[in-house]
Design a protein around this ligand. Structure first.
Ligand SMILES: *[C@@H]1O[C@H](CO)[C@@H](O)[C@H](O)[C@H]1NC(C)=O
Ligand SMILES: *[C@@H]1O[C@H](CO)[C@@H](O)[C@H](O)[C@H]1NC(C)=O
Ligand SMILES: *[C@@H]1O[C@H](CO)[C@@H](O)[C@H](O)[C@H]1NC(C)=O
Ligand SMILES: *[C@@H]1O[C@H](CO)[C@@H](O)[C@H](O)[C@H]1NC(C)=O
Ligand SMILES: *[C@@H]1O[C@H](CO)[C@@H](O)[C@H](O)[C@H]1NC(C)=O
Ligand SMILES: *[C@@H]1O[C@H](CO)[C@@H](O)[C@H](O)[C@H]1NC(C)=O
Ligand SMILES: *[C@@H]1O[C@H](CO)[C@@H](O)[C@H](O)[C@H]1NC(C)=O
Length: 486
């Protein structure tokens, strides 16, 4: 079992020992070097590699000495520059050696770090660890320097063995020197070690700002339609490590909601002067009634702060038109075959819908029992581009309640600029009995007269009658429609 452990131990050594460590020391300072691997069961011997001489243990007055894992220079001298190695011997007598290279830099007034620095550069996000400090027992950092100037200020946080720069920027790049005190047997030594810092993420957060939507915006929607709610926020300069733009639906994050109804997508981009933006689109697949009572809140968060904007939905005042024409005709109350109904249910749909591709809303065909209320009719009329009214004697004479209603609603539609097409199905000698608004329309545009001869070929869309009807219909019939399409 012990053998096995040692083998693993050795293989770990072999992979590390290929790179020799380097030390840059200042003249007249203390230097302590540590053998890279060690355990209490191994024996360590230090050599001056170039002369192959063993470095002995400490004696009275000795300056360079070794003990177990450590090699001391108290203090350094220029002639100490050179190669050193620690050789460790395991209990099975196998050995392993590690090479270390030391450069002692001559002391120069006003220069706090050597011209050549071989400690690895720090390209992190602001934490700069003091090199070699782990080798010193009870060392205390007394001062940090950047480019030999003492560091102070709110942006620097001093740890036991490191300094942390808050939000490092390009100006923070440079030579960072830690100066500490090392005490050995009552003798106090100065030690300094320097490494280069290159700020990696030159980002800085800004107070998050939602550009759109505006808080308390009301967005017009249609029931059944899809909706894409976009939220765009500016979060800082350059890519931020902490930046979230997301939607809540009545305070519930979208990720916890039914994915088939709600989901969101985010992307980011940099704008002018490297301003960092995120934009998150909430996709609602189908607007439902309950969504009209819901708060949709966009939240933008960065490491600095967070902000919100809440929008609500309301129905569009005017629906998109979904019918090409709404057809008003007198309803027969007898069981007798009635030409007008035959015309409305058969001839007209065959020509205008089947042959020309229009969509008609025909009361009695496209409405259901109980739905025939004034508001339902009004909504359908509002969704229609044209209003087709069939003029008959019955229309003139009948004071039928439902029909009056139709006409009243149609009056309201005049104000909404829905075009009216009047089809004179029977010859009406005098229009005087007609409602004033109808008379007005007749005066303006006349009527399209259904004459006896048309009944010979009523299904011909090329007849003069249908040509005139189509002339008044919307220009291009849409190829397909669906109720509440959005
Ligand atoms: C130290 O070792 C390196 C190779 O690892 C060699 O290039 C250098 O000359 C040696 N230094 C001295 C002073 O012998
Ligand atoms: C290691 O070497 C020493 C002498 O150098 C010897 O006495 C000892 O038996 C050796 N141990 C092993 C495990 O080979
Ligand atoms: C250490 O240095 C010596 C002398 O330069 C060399 O022979 C030996 O291969 C080196 N060992 C390692 C592990 O680099
Ligand atoms: C450290 O950074 C300096 C300055 O940018 C560069 O000259 C040097 O090559 C870098 N050293 C390493 C080991 O990357
Ligand atoms: C640790 O170092 C400080 C000075 O840096 C010294 O006052 C103290 O006595 C030292 N403690 C030990 C246990 O050596
Ligand atoms: C340590 O450095 C300080 C200031 O940097 C200096 O005043 C002091 O004399 C130095 N001590 C030794 C022992 O060199
Ligand atoms: C929506 O927000 C308003 C205003 O903050 C609040 O009064 C209302 O209770 C919220 N509604 C829901 C369903 O959370």
């Amino acid at each position: 079992m012990m053998e096995y452990v040692h083998l693993i131990f050795l293989s770990t050594f072999l992979s590390v020992s290929m790179t020799s460590e380097t030390f840059d020391a200042m003249e007249h300072e203390a230097l302590v070097i540590k053998c890279p691997r060690w355990s209490s069961s191994v024996k360590v011997t230090w050599y001056h590699t170039d002369t192959n001489k063993i470095i002995p243990a400490e004696e009275e007055g000795s300056r360079v000495f070794s003990l177990k894992r450590f090699l001391w220079f108290l203090p350094t001298s220029r002639e100490d520059s050179g190669n050193y190695s620690c050789v460790i011997r395991f209990s099975n007598n196998r050995t392993k050696s590690f090479n270390m290279s030391l450069q002692v830099h001559p002391y120069k007034q006003g220069v706090c770090f050597p011209s050549q620095i071989r400690y690895p550069n720090d390209t992190g996000r602001g934490k700069i660890v003091c090199p070699t400090i782990d080798n010193y027992k009870n060392a205390t950092i007394i001062q940090w320097y950047k480019d030999c100037k003492p560091l102070q200020g709110q942006r620097y946080f001093k740890g036991e063995k490191y300094i942390f720069i808050n939000n490092p920027r390009k100006e923070d790049d440079g030579y960072y020197t830690c100066q500490f005190i090392y005490t050995h047997k009552g003798n106090v030594f100065n030690v300094s070690a320097t490494r280069i810092f290159i700020s990696k993420e030159k980002y800085s957060p800004l107070p998050p700002k939602i550009l759109f939507p505006k808080d308390k915006d009301v967005i017009e929607v249609e029931l059944g339609a899809a909706l894409f709610l976009k939220c765009q926020a500016r979060l800082g300069i350059k890519k931020q490590p902490m930046a979230v733009v997301t939607w809540d639906v009545d305070n519930i994050p979208v990720k916890y909601l039914d994915f088939s109804r709600f989901h969101e997508k985010t992307h980011f981009f940099e704008g002018r002067e490297q301003e960092y933006y995120r934009e998150t689109t909430l996709h609602i697949t189908e607007i439902k009634k309950e969504d009209l009572q819901t708060n949709f809140t966009c939240i933008a968060v960065n490491e600095m702060h967070n902000t919100k904007a809440t929008v609500t939905l309301q129905l569009k005042a005017q629906y998109g038109k979904i019918y090409d024409a709404y057809v008003i005709y007198p309803k027969s109350h007898t069981n007798e075959a009635n030409f007008v109904e035959y015309f409305v249910y058969q001839i007209m749909p065959d020509i205008l819908e089947n042959k020309c591709g229009y969509k008609l809303c025909i009361c009695g065909r496209d409405t259901y029992p109980g739905e025939d209320t004034a508001t339902a009719i009004e909504k359908r009329m509002q969704k229609s581009r044209r209003l087709i009214i069939l003029l008959t004697e019955q229309l003139i004479n009948c004071k039928e309640h439902a029909y009056d209603q139709h006409v009243a609603l149609y009056n309201a539609l005049i104000q909404n600029n829905t075009k009216v097409i009047l089809l004179e199905m029977e010859t009406i000698g005098t229009y005087e009995k007609l409602q004033e608004s109808l008379r007005f329309i007749i005066k303006q545009q006349g009527t399209i007269k259904w004459k006896e001869q048309h009944t010979v070929h009523p299904q011909s869309s090329n007849s003069k009658f249908w040509k005139r009807v189509r002339y008044h219909m919307p220009l291009t019939p849409k190829p397909s429609y669906s109720a509440n399409a959005g």
